[in-house]
Write a protein that binds this ligand. Structure first.
Ligand code: NAD
Length: 306
């Protein structure tokens, strides 16, 4: 089978080597398309691909339509909102992600962003400490749990909301369960967002929730920019000069926000959550193993378009 690795933002070199060796040992051929300018190049390269490994690359209905042999797409990462699932499913193409493989990288960044804001972005102004503060974790999946564990080790009180987990599961993973989003936002000094971008979560964090946060609270978003209603966020931050927003996913209105709010808002210049050598290698090798296993045994364990 021919496997295409299509990465506008390439994997670390060690990850590429590992991916190629897993796939070649399993008898597949590998082609790379790195740092490509746009969809046209992806369409051309995908023409005879049986499998596709991508990172944040957009696998649109047009890309899928242009690849008649395509059987499997693996998004090396957690969120798979960059793949047109409906178009893939309509052709019987299996779409997988590699859950958990970059979770530690994202969790470490979330903690780093909290410290950066607590320490007033390393300006001379007096900062504050995380110990003793309450952290609310919105979605207690692979990233959320690791953020919770690390925050607990720093002396934070950790509470979490995840409608798909039982109280016992949340408690066993080290947090106090919270049962409503209103309670989570109104009682958390730091609120770390880890919900996936889905039709029901897009734009779901807006004016009312942000406005309800305790005095001096910090909203931390290492999930997706789409889950935040940017207008509502801007309005709440304007009305509440004590609140801060820090994000790994730059809002569309970032320039306007920083112009109005200065250092109360900070976005990493590029999405950096999963940008570690370790996460690259973990997610890339997992993608390669999942493809080799799918072709060898039909294993669909990580399929997301069931
Ligand atoms: P995950 O699939 O392990 O966990 C997602 C959790 O969200 C699950 O526990 C699920 O039950 C919960 N959930 C779903 N809908 C919810 C809702 N409406 N309210 C509360 N909880 C809800 O995913 P993950 O690895 O923890 O990653 C979380 C998200 O972070 C991804 O979907 C992705 O968008 C984002 N992410 C960003 C980066 C980055 O580079 N910044 C990297 C990896 C992941």
């Amino acid at each position: 089978m021919k496997v295409l690795i299509a990465t506008q933002k390439p994997f670390a070199a060690a990850a590429v080597e590992g991916i190629e060796s897993i796939l070649r040992e399993a008898g597949h051929s590998v082609e790379k398309l790195e740092k490509y300018p746009g969809e046209a190049e992806l369409i051309a390269a995908a023409l005879d691909a049986d499998a596709l490994i991508v990172r944040s690359d957009k696998v649109t209905a047009d890309v899928i339509a242009a690849a008649p042999s395509l059987k499997i797409v693996v998004r090396a990462g957690a969120g798979y909102d960059n793949v047109d699932l409906a178009a893939a499913s309509a052709r019987g193409i299996v779409v997988m992600n590699t859950p958990g493989q970059n979770a530690n990288a994202v969790a470490e960044l979330a903690i780093g962003l909290m410290i950066y804001m607590a320490r007033t972005q390393f300006t001379p102004a007096t900062g504050s400490e995380l110990a003793g503060k309450t952290l609310g974790v919105q979605a207690f999946g692979n990233v959320g749990r690791l953020v919770g564990q690390k925050a607990a080790a720093l002396g934070m009180k950790v509470q979490a909301l995840d409608p798909f987990l039982t109280d016992t599961q949340i408690e066993q993973a080290g947090a106090t369960p919270v049962h409503s989003i209103e309670e989570l936002y109104s009682t958390s000094d730091y609120l770390s967002v880890h919900i996936p971008a889905l039709p029901e979560t897009i734009g779901s964090i807006g004016y009312d929730l942000v406005r309800s946060m305790p005095k001096g609270a910090v909203l931390v978003n290492t999930a997706r920019k789409e889950v935040v209603d940017e207008e509502g966020l801007a309005k709440a931050l304007e009305e509440r000069p004590d609140l801060k927003y820090v994000t790994d996913v730059m809002p569309d209105n970032y320039a306007a926000l920083t112009e109005k709010l200065g250092t109360r808002v900070f976005a990493t210049p590029k999405k950096m959550g999963a940008q570690t050598a370790e996460a690259n290698i973990n997610a890339g090798l997992a993608a390669a193993r999942q493809i080799a296993d799918f072709f060898a045994t039909g294993n669909r364990r990580f399929q997301v378009n069931k």
